[in-house]
Design a protein around this ligand. Structure first.
Ligand code: SF4
Length: 460
């Protein structure tokens, strides 16, 4: 359910949201395959003498655990437990791409991959299944194995609102999950039904509430510019957002991708064939095919959705209420300080329509420290005080942080900078010198020595 698109030099790889298409220049297929005839490779398409050629559909692999283990040979962060999704959303290419039957990698295969990658130093993962939580028991078992093997990892996942509950979210949180993305699509039940989304408003509300309660960021995907979209349905979406309080949203305009039900309907309605792609069309936006919608309407809808969301976001942050379980306090602390960072350094830092971002961040850092000492929270508050030129206060906060995390380079560097601003270079050096091997720290050490030299020369 996640949007992705990458371009590589030479090859073009187009991964369309829910309508995966892969384009290769045929010249880049190996010579060996050329000799055999690339037609023998199933599941590909290419141009030959200007004509599009499509080979037979690739065979479905049923025993996924028998596939080679890529983590033995490559480093990567995207893993999946499943192939396929039981959903039948009209805009999504997954059912056609994978088939409707969901196939699973074995738990051992999945965990082995994680362990191999972890041993190579990778600690952040994207579990990129269409719906990671389809099998509750499998996911819980994986989470328990992550904990048993003491893998210090964080990861994000994608799910459907009707496949989560308290138990699975609890284990996911314990095992390092920090974000779950859900396709909500629209606040209008009528539009969700027309997209065949098959989820109820109640399920959406429950999933967002349980996810946030455990301190996992629940991200909502929305689609606008759908059949029958109107100002009223956009307002329904805004009303739903107000209720479910997502801390992150992504708004897409409905696109018609090949392999989707919408695409088949489009071909029938306009009496066209797959040959439309020979004209190198980038995409087909749904609104361009619907006389009731115009580009201006779509742009206005998008603007209304985004500005309304950003206006409500500070209230959502204020209303966060985390479950009171002592064992989760360190994770709550981590969740709040991560969220704070998105406001003062991350995604939200650049968004003008979010007001008082730094104040929001400061509040979150302070809330984080109410649960547990957290290096990110100490650092965030230390930097906030530096920004307001309150260096003495910054030193006070950072000193507490360093007491808890004596080996944290960032806290030491920040402390050094605060002392430099207070013109106390010797003290600054006492915090910077233990990290003199670090390229990031070295310029500050040099500046301290320079300042001390100038100072001595001035008084010679
Ligand atoms: S739930 Fe719908 S949108 Fe998500 S992967 Fe399944 S079919 Fe696609």
């Amino acid at each position: 359910m996640e949007a992705f698109s990458d371009s590589f030099s030479g090859n073009r790889l187009c991964g369309y949201r829910r309508g995966r298409i892969f384009l290769f220049k045929t010249g880049q297929l190996s010579k060996k395959n050329d000799r055999k005839g690339i037609k023998s490779i199933r599941g590909i398409a290419f141009r030959k003498n200007g004509e599009a050629v499509k080979t037979k559909r690739g065979e479905i692999v049923n025993n996924l655990h028998k596939l080679p283990m890529p983590s033995k040979y490559f480093n990567f962060q995207h893993l999946s437990l499943t192939r396929g999704c039981p959903g039948e959303c009209t805009f999504c290419g997954s059912p056609r791409f994978w088939g409707k039957k969901v196939r699973f990698f074995s738990i051992d295969y999945f965990v082995k991959q994680l362990v191999l990658l972890y041993k190579k130093g990778i600690t952040f993962f994207y579990f990129s299944d269409d719906t990671f939580t389809i099998s509750k028991n499998r996911v819980i078992e994986i989470c328990k194995k992550i904990l048993e093997k003491k893998l210090k990892i964080v990861w994000v996942a994608i799910s459907r609102v009707n496949y989560v509950n308290d138990e699975i979210i609890y284990w996911m949180k314990k095992a390092g999950c920090i974000q779950i993305s859900y396709g909500v699509e629209s606040g209008s039940e009528k539009i969700r039904n027309s997209l065949n989304k098959n989820i109820s408003t109640n399920q959406i509300k429950k999933a967002f509430s349980v996810t946030l309660k455990y301190g996992i960021l629940a991200r909502a995907y929305f689609i606008y510019g759908c059949p029958e979209e109107s100002l009223e349905s956009i307002q329904d979406t805004i009303d739903l957002i107000r209720e479910i309080k997502p801390l992150s949203t992504i708004f897409y305009i409905l696109d018609i991708f090949p392999g989707t039900t919408l695409y088949e309907e489009y071909k029938k309605k306009f009496n066209v064939t797959d040959d439309i792609w020979l004209k190198r069309v980038e995409d087909i936006m749904y609104f361009e095919t619907d006389p009731k919608l115009s580009e201006k309407m779509i742009l206005d809808f998008g603007k209304k959705l985004r500005t309304s969301y950003y206006k409500m976001l500070p209230e959502f942050v204020d209303s966060i209420s985390l479950i009171d379980k002592k064992e989760l306090y360190p994770m709550h602390s981590d969740f709040l300080s991560r969220l704070a960072m998105t406001f003062d350094h991350g995604d939200y830092a650049e968004i003008e329509s979010i007001k008082e971002k730094e104040k929001i961040a400061e509040k979150l850092y302070k809330r984080s420290l109410q649960y547990c000492p957290d290096p990110r929270a100490f650092l965030g508050l230390g930097i906030a005080k530096q920004k307001s030129s309150n260096y003495k206060q910054s030193v006070k906060i950072l000193a507490k942080g360093i007491k808890h995390f004596p080996n944290d380079q960032k806290l030491h560097l920040c402390m050094g900078i605060s002392y430099m601003n207070l013109l106390e270079y010797k003290k600054a050096l006492s915090y910077l010198r233990p990290f003199q091997e670090s390229k990031e720290v070295q310029p500050y050490i040099a500046n301290c020595y320079k300042a001390l030299d100038n100072f001595t020369n001035d008084y010679k």
